[in-house]
Design a protein around this ligand. Structure first.
Ligand SMILES: Nc1ncnc2c1ncn2[C@@H]1O[C@H](COP(=O)(O)OP(=O)(O)OP(=O)(O)O)[C@@H](O)[C@H]1O
Ligand SMILES: [Mg+2]
Length: 302
């Protein structure tokens, strides 16, 4: 992250900055498999950034590194919260400091991750009881406010098992909002929801990003959803950043016929965004003649 003195008056207010982040896991055969490979980009305060990429390309791993849940192998992740004079380097923090900075993060896990033994309201109150010394009456007011924000007030006394998938997501979101986070992380917020419910979750994400001026970082596979909510998008491929840019850039690539796209990266993005069965993601296009022979078995010299 640039030093304060380098900052131009109209420079974007960067809240998160990733520099050459690398993460590898050990395979069952004992080999190191690199899942994130030199990931570098910035996230601006107040924007909604959508992270996209094929299954297994490292999106959830990246989210887990951003929240300090997973330790990176190398690289840096800077986070500049409002109350801090200087950005903190997340990968260098001890557990106590990590715990402090995590209070600035709201996280909506894929399944909502509600505790089944607690009511909706008790679930929302959980972070307040764990991390603050607020009076019961204040906790009650905050819970009411958060449940109202996600339009779940009428369900406050229900158990998670009595909720639909969309309601669970909204309750999880109310809990993620409990400590007034500066950054909201969402992993597949519309997974498993019907298109209408998914659209209402998108509305909420847009609403919360704008009204509360939070920064939203959203991993999603749902392209309709991605194009509804994103200010900017980042496409990962094989653990690397293939492209990052404003939504309009991705809209242009999506709308352009693949035959008119000259770069392979653009054609790959086009295939992904349009969900096409053929193209650089699935083809032998772009690989060497020798590799094509290996893959297709065709073209061996007579
Ligand atoms: N804890 C772990 N130990 C070993 N390998 C892991 C671990 N977590 C993830 N991986 C591997 O890392 C790769 C990336 O996984 P990740 O969950 O980040 O992908 P993803 O992009 O979120 O995929 P999806 O879209 O399916 O959710 C996968 O090959 C996965 O098997
Ligand atoms: Mg994932």
């Amino acid at each position: 992250m640039p030093a304060q003195s380098d900052k131009q008056p109209d420079a974007p207010d960067i809240i998160l900055s990733l520099r050459e982040v690398t993460k590898a896991f050990t395979s069952p055969a004992g080999q190191q498999v690199r899942v994130l490979d030199g990931v570098t980009f910035d996230i601006c305060r107040g924007e909604c950034l959508v992270i996209m990429g094929g299954s297994g390309c490292g999106k959830s791993t990246l989210l887990n590194c951003l929240i300090g849940e997973l330790r990176t192998n190398s690289g840096q992740i800077f986070c500049k919260t409002r109350d801090a004079d200087e950005p903190l380097e997340i990968t260098q923090l001890d557990e106590q400091a990590l715990d402090r900075i995590r209070r600035k993060f709201g996280i909506l896990f894929q399944n909502g991750a509600l505790l089944n033994s607690l009511t909706v309201e008790q679930n929302v109150a959980l972070p307040l009881r764990e991390h603050t010394k607020l009076d019961d009456s204040i906790v009650d007011i905050v819970c009411t406010l958060k449940l109202e924000q996600v339009r779940m007030l009428s369900h406050r006394d229900k158990m998670p098992a009595q909720l639909s998938g969309g309601q669970k997501k909204r309750a999880g979101l109310a809990r993620a909002l409990a400590l007034d986070p500066e950054i909201l992380y969402y992993d597949e917020p519309s997974a498993g929801l019907d298109p209408v419910t998914s659209a209402t979750i998108d509305e909420l994400i847009i609403d919360l990003t704008r009204k509360l001026n939070v920064t939203s970082v959203v991993v999603t596979h749902e392209m309709d959803s991605a194009f509804r909510i994103a200010d900017r998008m980042v496409m990962l491929d094989k653990g690397r950043v293939l492209r990052i840019g404003p939504r309009s850039e991705f809209e242009r690539i999506r709308a352009t016929p693949a035959s008119q796209l000259t770069s392979r990266d653009d054609r790959l993005i086009n295939q992904f965004l349009n969900g096409l069965p053929t193209g650089p993601l699935t083809d032998t296009e772009g690989i060497s003649e020798f590799e094509q022979i290996i893959v297709t078995g065709q073209g061996w010299p007579e």
